[in-house]
Design a protein around this ligand. Structure first.
Ligand code: PMP
Length: 435
């Protein structure tokens, strides 16, 4: 498939129209990658653009399409709520209660749950909660971690080598005091966290982390690191926040915390939880979450929080996952097949590349050794990844354009899809190895 504008007449026209009325032509910065994609329809693991190209979709809207596009069980549930009261602005709906009951029954850390509209709102509320509950200001996050677009988590989200957002901190317009209140440690390096506790005794409100940092691909936490964070936060009276916006429901119905057997105080959700419909959430220990109550001291404000579309979609998505436990075995198997297949191809070609991931999430790092921490990722050959991404996408395999991110097997991908992906990857990596 060619990428010249001749191949994308409708996409090109739409992108030009967008440039005139939307800053930069997109509504979220990383959606712009040069090619004027305009998707008109989607079905299962596939997306079709307006110019007649079909893609096998591993981007999956940054992972939000957990089950696949136009997934009947979810879309039907959404259709059913249309026609009922859309919003009342008073009280609570049956759907909101049902969803909170469901999540609190599944997730080890969840005694109560608050709904938001996005993952960013969920992590913003969680950080504010940690500060309010402890009366402290400082938050620890990990180098490379991404938790949304707000000020408290805007530092050190990208490597100097992968400035897809152009800036680190990721935005201007943030008060220096807000940036200074976020401390950065190294993932899988407990000493780097201890050091911050030693340097700021009694001042650390909480730690926020993705239990698997999928925003830099898939560094897997060591058990020692995860259990160490649990111990350190408990011993120091700070709040441990697992940001499961990507890992939640994807790797297990009980989140990655269930697999790790480390229970945080607070968990945040979003993305795949409602298979593409907008939702986010914060769940956690009842006593902490009480800060959000009407007698509490942390403001909760959101006209669309708990809206019926997001709630119905989330209940249907979770309901499907509960009644189809093979989702987990299948996505894990297909993810493993992609990882082992990509690794075999790279090794046979003598390419310094490492296939990484967990479950249905996979990435190909272009590093000489298997990365264990963020520092190792600074040596990633981002240009090689971008070439890999570009050429796979040109062949109809849609992947994330960012070198250190990840790709997703949804509930709709098949073994045949995976074999076709590996056949294309063999050609593309062969080209890269010989150029
Ligand atoms: N946390 C994590 C781990 C994320 O990956 C993201 C989105 N990439 C967010 C929070 C923010 O979610 P949203 O885009 O829904 O605001």
């Amino acid at each position: 498939m060619e990428t010249s504008s001749d191949s994308y007449p409708r996409g090109t026209a739409l992108a030009a129209a967008a440039e005139r009325v939307i800053p930069g032509g997109v509504n979220s910065t990383t959606r712009y990658i040069g090619t004027p994609y305009a998707f008109g329809s989607g079905s299962g693991a596939y997306l079709d653009d307006l110019d007649g190209h079909r893609y096998l979709d591993y981007h999956a809207a940054f992972g939000a399409m957990l089950l696949g596009h136009n997934f009947d069980a979810v879309d039907e549930a959404v259709r059913e709520v249309i026609g009922g009261p859309v919003l009342s602005g008073l009280g609570v709906s049956e759907l909101e209660v049902a969803l909170a009951e469901k999540v609190t029954s599944l997730l080890p850390s969840a005694e109560t749950m608050l709904l938001t509209m996005s993952g960013s709102e969920a992590t913003a509320q969680a950080v504010r909660l940690a500060r309010a509950a402890t009366g402290r200001e400082l938050i620890i996050k990990f180098q490379g971690g991404f938790h949304g677009g707000h000020d408290a988590v805007a530092r050190n989200v990208i490597s100097p080598a992968d400035r897809a957002y152009g800036l680190d901190p990721l935005s201007k317009g943030i008060l220096p005091s807000a940036l200074d209140a976020t401390l950065i440690a190294e993932f899988n390096d407990l000493d780097s966290v201890r050091e911050l506790y030693d340097r700021h005794p009694g001042q650390i409100a909480g730690i926020i982390l993705e239990p698997i940092p999928h925003n830099v691909g898939a560094l897997l936490p060591t058990q020692e690191f995860a259990a160490g964070l649990r111990r350190l936060t408990t011993d120091n009276g700070s709040v441990l926040i697992f940001d499961e916006v990507i890992t939640g429901f994807r790797h297990d119905l009980g989140g990655y915390q269930k697999i790790l057997q480390v229970t945080p105080d607070v968990t945040t959700f979003g993305k795949g939880m409602a298979n593409g419909y907008p939702i986010g959430g914060v769940a956690g220990r009842r006593d902490l979450m009480e800060h959000f109550s009407r007698d509490g001291d942390v403001l909760v404000a959101g006209t669309f929080n708990g809206n019926p579309v997001g709630c119905a979609a989330a209940l249907a998505t979770i309901g499907y996952l509960e009644s189809h436990p093979d989702f987990y075995t299948r996505t894990h198997e297909l993810g493993e097949r992609l990882r082992s297949g990509l690794q075999k191809i790279a090794t046979e070609l003598g390419l310094p590349a490492h296939a990484a991931g967990f479950g249905g999430v996979f990435n190909l790092y272009f590093t000489a050794d298997a990365p264990a921490g963020y520092r190792d990722l600074l040596r990633n050959d981002n240009d090689a990844y971008r070439l890999f991404h570009r050429r796979m996408t040109d062949r109809g395999f849609l992947m994330l354009p960012l070198a250190l991110k990840r790709n997703h097997v949804s509930g709709s991908h098949t073994a045949d899809d995976v074999e076709q992906t590996l056949a294309a990857a063999e050609q593309v990596l062969g080209e890269i190895a010989t150029e």
